[in-house]
Design a protein around this ligand. Structure first.
Ligand code: NAD
Length: 499
């Protein structure tokens, strides 16, 4: 196993972490001996070389993790809210102190740019800090009731939902760890977290770090490694798991929702998107091309909220695409550690093949390829930043299906109603971005676009206080903000008859 980014001096803690080479699940505060011989290779998408193997956890390990989580919840309940707050805050500070190391590990397992990896660690730190504050602010309400027979005092209290099974994708592995674990812990839950089999290393390292936080009982954070079909399913089916939180593709979400519903477990699904970018003729066209390119090519387009369907007024179509093509074609592909790199590889060979397949379909569907459309040169799962122009509004897969790569399809529109109809013509409803200098038009679009999160004059981003979740086939439920507190607690209604 090799680490081929010879342009970087690896942090000593990354070198010593990677020297282990074989990883199993981190449960109850330690690495468990693997219970099966099934191993999954983890590859560096830049070198295409294996850098580690993980053991398939499967049912036996999930069962041990669930038992540890049940015990941890009892211990965590004894920790006062302000002690929980401090513990989560301390964890954030510890992650921040290890930012350099975690960001390097993230580049190696995922391929993203080191600068973006550092931003991701920072976003995770902010998320843990934000939810640290919520630990002391969980509240119910008092309620007037109309019951006969004397006086009554009625109130609700919010209680932790219990053991949470969290199943994550590979696109932002450290952020997903924070988005799921921070609110769950603030609410008094314990977590069994399954990172994607493509990017499991950062979650394991984060779990290792959590053991030094005083007040975190053993088993509060458990990271199980393995595939979705074996380990993920074992998590959903385990009787001690009360809540399933899943982020990933809509196809997998459908399966997970069905299985959780069969067992009447509550679940949250954060799924895919094919997000519209709506540009009006009064937008600031000095900012539009750069903003749109950032919105689709960031993280190689592997962002659920990336804007992949672009709608431009006819009069601005050709010039805007020419400007965007100029930006896209000048992006340097390379190692995430390269100082001039603007686009890293996509995460895996399978995903590379999927993205390239969509690009070939776009070419075969006879829509115009404006720029890109090829594999990057040499080794590594590189895809050129690609722009298609679908001027005849054909129903083609690059325009209707989530590619989750650096590929955007542009379409011209005639007028406001045509724009609205085209933008909403999708099974998805995750995000949208609107570019205009007219507030009145912006609000009309905000009211009528079916999407869970909308940004105006900016690519869509995330903030811990801003709930994120999809409409239509992009999901059920929300993450972040107060919404996550509601998701990891349930209200208990109490009524005292006192006369
Ligand atoms: P995926 O659905 O293939 O896998 C996600 C996770 O589910 C992985 O951990 C995988 O091992 C597990 N899994 C797969 N099959 C399973 C099964 N049958 N049972 C249980 N678990 C199973 O998704 P991916 O390719 O890892 O991630 C990309 C997808 O994630 C995209 O569709 C993207 O839009 C979506 N995403 C959504 C959001 C959001 O907030 N809505 C955020 C990030 C990514």
């Amino acid at each position: 196993m090799t680490v081929a980014h010879d342009i970087v001096d690896l942090h000593p803690e990354v070198s010593s972490f990677l020297a282990r080479k074989e990883y199993s699940s981190f449960v109850n505060g330690e690495y468990l001996a693997a219970q099966t011989n099934e191993l999954i290779s983890v590859h560096d998408p830049y070198s295409e070389e294996p850098i580690a193997t993980i053991a398939e956890a499967g049912e036996p390990v999930v069962d041990i993790a669930a038992q540890a989580a049940v015990r941890a919840i009892k211990e965590w309940k004894k920790v006062l809210p302000n002690q929980k707050e401090k513990a989560l805050f301390d964890y954030a500070t510890l992650i921040e102190a290890h930012a350099e190391e975690l960001a390097q590990l993230l580049v190696l397992e995922h391929g993203k740019l080191f600068s973006d990896a550092k931003k991701e660690v920072s976003a995770a730190v902010n998320c843990f800090r934000y939810y640290a504050g919520w630990s002391t602010k969980i509240e119910g309400s008092t309620l007037d009731v109309s019951l006969s027979g004397g006086d009554h005092f009625a109130y609700t209290k919010r209680e932790p939902v219990g053991v949470v099974a969290a199943i994550a994708p590979w696109n932002v592995p450290i952020m997903m760890y924070a988005w799921k674990i921070a609110p769950a812990l603030a609410c008094g839950c314990a977590v069994i977290f399954k990172p994607s089999e493509f990017t499991p290393l950062t979650a394991l390292r984060l779990a290792e770090l959590s053991t030094s936080i005083s007040h975190f009982p053993k088993g509060l954070i458990n990271v199980v490694t393995g595939s979705g079909i074996k380990t993920g399913q074992a998590m959903i089916h385990h009787p001690s798991v009360a809540k399933v939180t899943f982020t990933g593709s809509s196809d997998t979400g459908r399966i997970i929702g069905q299985n959780a519903a069969k067992r009447l477990k509550s679940f949250t699904l954060e799924l895919g998107g094919k997000n519209p970018v709506l540009v009006l003729d009064d937008a600031d066209y000095t900012k539009v091309p750069g903003g749109i390119c950032k919105g689709i090519f960031y993280n190689q387009g592997q962002v659920c909220v990336s804007g992949s369907r672009l709608f431009l007024p006819k009069a601005k179509f050709d010039n805007t695409l020419a400007d965007m093509a100029g930006i896209a074609s000048s992006m340097k592909l390379g190692s995430g550690f390269g100082p001039d790199t603007k686009l890293g590889p996509v995460v895996s060979e399978d995903h590379f093949k999927k993205v390239m397949q969509y690009i070939e379909e776009g070419k075969n569907d006879n829509i115009e390829l404006v720029t890109g459309g090829h594999k990057g040169e040499g080794k590594g799962y590189f895809v050129e930043p690609t722009i298609f122009a679908n001027t005849e509004n054909k129903k083609v897969s690059v325009e209707t299906e989530e590619i989750f790569g650096p590929v955007i399809t542009a379409m011209p529109y005639d007028d406001f109603d045509d724009l609205l109809r085209k933008a909403n013509d999708t099974i998805y409803g995750l995000s949208a971005s609107i570019w205009t200098s007219n507030l009145h038009k912006a609000h009309r679009l905000i009211d009528q676009i079916k999407a869970g999160i909308i940004y105006v004059n900016s690519p869509v981003r995330s903030d811990p206080n801003l709930p994120l979740g999809g409409f239509k086939q992009s999901g059920i439920g929300k993450e972040l903000g107060r919404s996550a507190i509601d998701a990891y607690t349930e209200a208990k209604s109490v009524c005292l008859h006192y006369s």
